[in-house]
Design a protein around this ligand. Structure first.
Ligand code: DCP
Ligand code: MG
Ligand code: MN
Length: 331
């Protein structure tokens, strides 16, 4: 999902808030992914720090916080604000670009494009849907709904319906809700469902498997859970769903994974994205390459070998000598 809200129960949440705002600005307005990642990483480190940081100097001792961010922390502690952010807030064009990127399907380039066509608000955009893709039109239709966080209990209810409906197709399907929900967060931005089946392996690629996800999505549409399709491939679905007719419409992502790739996929899809980056970098240092499909050794030439056989998430950690972390400790 697009809105990443740091947990408000950490002792450094005000620093996290401004760092995330700066991160969003770098990505959405400046299109500087490097700076975006630096700010996100810093916010993440502070969010996981057990005690209140009282100076930039103290912050700089933490992994992922450099001189420039330390200086911002000092400015914030001394003045209660950041001049850089004040300037950004006063920049109308930047603010609108940032707002438009909150619509599902609208990226930084499209947002800038729309602003250049004189679109200044969500209401303006609603008068110009001819300039949007299907994904963006649906994103705009549910703009308010998609901004709302999803409580765990609602995800549990949606999971029950999914399991019940998919079981009717084939009782061997396994569904795991991943993402921030699996990491134990009290609320999520969207629902990330991973589906696997014992007869679906990466070696087979026949007609029956090609239609598996489409058949699942079809069933979930028929029962009224899925309301809209944003995109649908053989292994990846993006769309919208709702618990019942009066309920808030939610973003739903589904991934279908072969059973031999299940653990790498569950690890990937559980995240967080920052955790994935860190773990993949560690895998590289240990001479492996890790992605959502497999863990493979890198030969001396850097060419990946055959996938390591994996039968649990912990196997992946063990193999690259990374201390195991439960999902709730992967935030
Ligand atoms: N993911 C990743 N890198 C990305 C995007 C996603 O590694 N660029 C992985 C890790 C995420 C998972 O996919 O945890 C699900 O992506 P989401 O965008 O749904 O993120 P979360 O579920 O973690 O948070 P939210 O509550 O905002 O949905
Ligand atoms: Mg999610
Ligand atoms: Mn998602």
């Amino acid at each position: 999902s697009k809105r990443k809200k740091p947990s408000e129960d950490n002792s450094n949440h005000d620093f996290c808030d401004f760092l995330i705002e700066l991160a969003d600005y770098e990505k959405n307005v400046n299109r500087n992914i490097h700076k975006h990642n630096v700010y996100r990483k810093a916010a993440n480190v502070l969010a996981n720090h057990p005690t209140r940081i009282t100076s930039g100097k103290e912050a700089q001792k933490l992994d992922g916080i450099g001189k420039k961010i330390a200086k911002k922390i000092d400015e914030f502690l001394q003045t209660g604000k950041l001049q850089k952010l004040e300037n950004i807030h006063n920049d109308e064009k930047a603010s609108v670009i940032n707002l438009l990127t909150q619509v599902s399907g609208i990226g930084p380039a499209k947002a800038r494009n729309l602003v250049e066509m004189d679109i200044r608000s969500i209401d303006d955009l609603r008068k110009h849907t001819d300039k949007l893709t299907h994904h963006q039109v649906v994103g705009l239709r549910y703009f308010e709904d998609f901004q709302k966080r999803i409580p765990r209990v609602e995800i549990e209810e949606i999971e029950k319906i999914m399991k019940c409906e998919v079981e009717k197709l084939d009782e061997d399907y396994e569904i795991t809700i991943c993402g921030s929900y699996r990491r134990g967060q009290p609320e999520s931005g969207d629902i990330d469902a991973l589906i696997t089946h014992p007869h679906y392996t990466s070696e087979m690629c026949n007609k029956q498997n090609k239609d598996r996800l489409k058949t699942i999505v079809n069933t979930l549409e028929k029962c009224g859970l899925i309301t809209d399709v944003l995109s649908l491939g053989d292994t990846k679905f993006m769309g919208a769903c709702r618990l019942n007719e009066g309920a808030t419409t939610r973003r739903l992502d589904i991934r279908l994974t072969p059973c031999d790739q299940y653990y790498c996929c569950v690890l990937y899809f559980t995240g967080s994205d920052i955790f994935n980056k860190t773990m993949r970098a560690h895998a590289n240092e240990k001479g492996f390459t890790l992605n959502e499909h497999s863990l493979r050794p890198l030969g001396s030439t850097g060419v990946p070998g055959e996938p390591v056989p994996i039968s649990s998430e912990k196997d992946i950690f063990d193999c690259i000598e990374y201390e195991y972390r439960e999902p709730q400790n992967r935030n």
